[in-house]
Design a binder for this molecule. Structure first.
Ligand code: CA2
Length: 151
């Protein structure tokens, strides 16, 4: 069985493709999920793709990843900038984490330039729209394949 990669999406990302295409692109979250599943197959990874508007769901899903998933890709949306609960869950789960953002958060408002999630991440990919998820999957495939680089 292929290793499972949990791809988590936070608040409002279910709205993708409907509004603000100049910032977030025209792909819907379902489009991004389909692309991730396909890219996962090419990388011999099973993709478990989820979205929630609730911080509690995201914390639960991170906790449940222990012993089940081999790595986590996360776009926590606005919670990236505020949630110490998600940071603590990611630190506790002891899995490789790659953070992804559709937009380049460093070109935007000042409050988006800091991410709590980044402290738990091996690396951060931002500014490449939906393609960033494919780049994150490639990065995590290498981390999962190399035990010394995992955290
Ligand atoms: O660039 C990203 O991926 C973000 O995580 C997206 C979050 C934002 O709060 C972060 O600062 C950066 C917002 C997701 C909301 O997405 C929408 C999509 C369409 C219409 C409205 C919101």
């Amino acid at each position: 069985m292929d290793p499972i990669i949990l791809i988590l999406n936070g608040p409002n990302l279910n709205l993708l493709g409907e509004r603000e295409p100049e910032i977030y692109g025209r792909q819907t979250l379902a489009d991004i999920e389909a692309m991730c599943v396909e890219r996962g197959k090419a990388l011999a990874l099973e993709v478990d793709f989820r979205q929630s508007n609730s911080e509690g769901d995201l914390v639960e899903w991170v906790q449940q990843a222990r012993g089940r998933a081999a790595g986590i890709v996360i776009n926590a949306g606005a919670l990236s900038h505020t949630s110490i609960a998600i940071l603590d869950a990611l630190l506790a789960v002891e899995l490789p984490v790659v953070e992804v953002h559709l937009s380049n958060i460093f070109r935007r408002e000042h409050f988006r330039r800091h991410s709590h999630v980044a402290r738990a991440a091996k690396g951060v990919i931002c500014g490449f729209g939906g393609q960033g998820y494919a780049l994150a999957l490639e990065a995590i495939a290498r981390l999962v394949g190399d035990k010394d680089q995992g955290r």
